[in-house]
Design a protein around this ligand. Structure first.
Ligand SMILES: [Zn+2]
Length: 204
C-alpha cells in the first residue's frame, strides 16, 4: 500500500512544472490578438487624440452616417449635406464627396504627390507607402485624420446647427490644429517637433 502524500503537479501547455509560476500560467492562457493592420494608421507619435478616435470609429464604420441610420429603419433623406450630390456614407464622405475631395487634395498639395487616391479602401492601402520620406508619410497621416475629424464636424454642424462653412474654413481649422500639435511637440522638445514644423509652419 502506497502511503506517500499527494502533491500537486502543474502542467502548462503539456509540460509538467516543478512549481507554480504565475508568469507561465499567464503566458499560457492569455489570448494574443494579432495587431490590426490599420493600427499604425490610427495611433502614431504625432496623433491628436480626438482625430485618432474619430478615425478609429470610421475604420470600424461605427459612426452614424445616413446610410447606417437608414439601415436601422430611420426615415431620413440620404443626401450628403456637404455636396448635396450623392448619398452619405463613410466611403462617400472620405473622399468621394466633391466637397471633401477639395479639402483632401488641397491639403496634400504641399507634398507634391504624383497621385492621391480618393476612395476609402484605396487610401488605407496607400497611406503606409504614400511617400519614401517617413516624415512626409507621418504628415500625410496627420492630414488624413484631421480631414476626417473636421469634415465630420462640419457635417454635424450642418445637421444640428444648420450652419455651413466653405472648404477653405475647414482647411484653416485643420492647419491650425496641426500647428498646435507641432507647437506642443516643440515645447516638449520632442524630436518630431522640428521635423514636422517644416510642413506646418513654413508651407511652400
Ligand atoms: Zn458629398
Amino acid at each position: 500500500m502506497d502511503t506517500g502524500s499527494d502533491s500537486a503537479v502543474w502542467s502548462v501547455d503539456g509540460s509538467k512544472c516543478k512549481k507554480f509560476s504565475s508568469q507561465q500560467i499567464f503566458n499560457a492562457i492569455r489570448r494574443t490578438s494579432p495587431q490590426k493592420s490599420w493600427a499604425p494608421l490610427v495611433w502614431h507619435k504625432a496623433s491628436i487624440p480626438r482625430h485618432s478616435n474619430t478615425t478609429w470609429l470610421f475604420i470600424l464604420n461605427r459612426n452614424p452616417t445616413f446610410d447606417r441610420l437608414i439601415s436601422w429603419n430611420i426615415d431620413i433623406d440620404p443626401a450628403c449635406l456637404l455636396c448635396g450630390d450623392g448619398e452619405e456614407s463613410r466611403n462617400h464622405l472620405f473622399f468621394e464627396c466633391s466637397f471633401s475631395l477639395v479639402v483632401w487634395r488641397s491639403l496634400l498639395h504641399r507634398f507634391h504627390l504624383s497621385s492621391v487616391p480618393s476612395r476609402w479602401a484605396d487610401i488605407l492601402l496607400w497611406l503606409p507607402n504614400a511617400h519614401p520620406d517617413s516624415m512626409v508619410r507621418l504628415a500625410i497621416l496627420q492630414v488624413w485624420q484631421a480631414a476626417i475629424y473636421e469634415l465630420w464636424k462640419e457635417r454635424n454642424r450642418r445637421v444640428h446647427d444648420g450652419l455651413t462653412l466653405p472648404p477653405i474654413r475647414i482647411m484653416r481649422y485643420i492647419s491650425s490644429s496641426l500647428r498646435d500639435k507641432c507647437s506642443a511637440l516643440l515645447s516638449l522638445s520632442h524630436p518630431l517637433g522640428p521635423r514636422l514644423a517644416q510642413f506646418w509652419f513654413d508651407p511652400p
